[in-house]
Design a protein around this ligand. Structure first.
Ligand code: KG4
Ligand code: ZN
Length: 333
């Protein structure tokens, strides 16, 4: 029996999970609301909130799993990429615990864990598959050949798509993170009412900074004509913006299938909670006869269950860290 405690603290969620033989027994997530009024995550505040949350979150995860500390075989943590001050809290906690209990220490790549969230529950994708990994910090097309064998075949050259959602939401005066709010308002809106330009980057890379700028100028011009423009057209604005962003994501997914010949697809990361993206990916699969895997909502945004599952595969391969390992804010996949 292999018992792993996993910790996630790369951005603004403090999370702990316990897995037994790769089965998730608990997954506790503490979300930080302090950033709401700042339009984005404030690193110093995030780090402080992680320090406050980490002990209660870990205790709750162990209690819920009904596991005592002395039963743990390993402790895993998100080593990167992420905010240094946030990563440090999880890393220091994990290292202290590994030292105190004399157990294995495992470092996990945050985006690799998002991809591996597909292996938490059945049905699981077969290898190889292409995963569109979309979060607040990343937008990548990943060729997944095996649990720990992944290659980035396309990525954003500027903003991540989650960042584009959040920045456009901020322009409209929404609190952070605005992505889920755009999704909510879009439900009643017309996605074809307004058109925003998509990027013209060739190949499998993305660019989202242009849409953000176009959105800013669009609202500026409309507001000059009608100061109530946002309030009177909110659902249509949100639906149209969301449609444009998702269309850009989907176009490169199709291109990736054509380039690689791989017809098994998945989405992962915070933006994979977006209802338009989930719907469009499902439709893409149905239209073309491709197999598409959509993660459960609870495993889209940051959580430690995905860290635990990644750690399970690393434990099997005996990929352990020494106690002098440090967080890697720009860790490569
Ligand atoms: O993976 P995640 O929890 O944290 C990072 O690793 O960044 O992703 C957070 C991102 C934020 O940008 C948030 O606005 C976005 O995911 N997000 C959404 C939705 N839910 C979360 N964006 C659009 N629609 C959603 N429903
Ligand atoms: Zn994430």
């Amino acid at each position: 029996m292999t018992v792993i405690l996993a910790i996630e603290s790369s951005c603004d969620e403090t999370s702990a999970a316990v897995s037994v033989n790769g089965i998730i027994k608990s997954n506790i997530v503490a979300t930080q609301s302090v950033h709401e009024n700042y339009g984005g995550v404030v690193p110093e505040l995030a780090s402080r909130a992680h320090q406050q949350h980490i002990i209660p979150v870990v205790s709750k995860a162990l209690n819920e799993a009904n596991i005592r500390k002395n039963k743990l075989d390993a402790v895993a943590f998100t080593q990167g990429p992420g905010l240094l001050g946030s990563l440090l809290v999880g890393a220091s906690f994990a290292k202290s615990l590994a030292l105190a209990l004399n157990i294995r220490l495992i470092g996990i790549h945050h985006m690799q864990a998002h991809v591996l969230s597909h292996f938490i529950d059945q049905p699981v994708p077969g290898f190889p598959f292409i995963c569109l990994t979309v979060s607040g910090g990343h937008t990548q097309l990943v060729k997944v050949s095996n649990y720990l064998e992944m290659e980035v075949i396309g990525e954003t050259r500027d903003d991540a798509v989650g960042e584009a959602f959040d920045k456009c939401a901020k322009i409209m005066g929404f609190p952070y993170p605005g992505g889920p709010l755009i999704d909510q308002y879009a439900k009643q809106g017309d996605p074809k009412r307004f058109k925003f330009p998509s990027s013209d980057i060739a190949g499998l890379d993305y660019s989202f900074s242009g849409v953000k700028t176009a959105f800013l100028y669009f609202l500026r011009d409309e507001l000059a004509r009608d100061s109530e423009f946002i309030v009177s057209n909110l659902p249509d604005i949100c639906a149209s913006l969301q449609f444009s962003l998702v269309e850009m994501l989907i176009a490169k997914v199709s291109m990736a299938v054509k380039k690689t010949g791989i017809q098994t697809l998945a989405i992962a990361g915070g933006v994979s909670a977006n209802s338009e993206l989930r719907k469009s990916m499902t439709a893409l699969g149905v239209e073309n006869g491709w197999e598409v895997f959509i993660p459960k909502f609870e495993y889209c945004t940051d959580n430690a269950a995905m860290i635990a599952i990644a750690a399970h595969y690393k434990f099997q391969k005996k990929e352990f860290l020494s106690l002098d390992a440090s967080p890697l804010p720009r860790m490569k996949m």
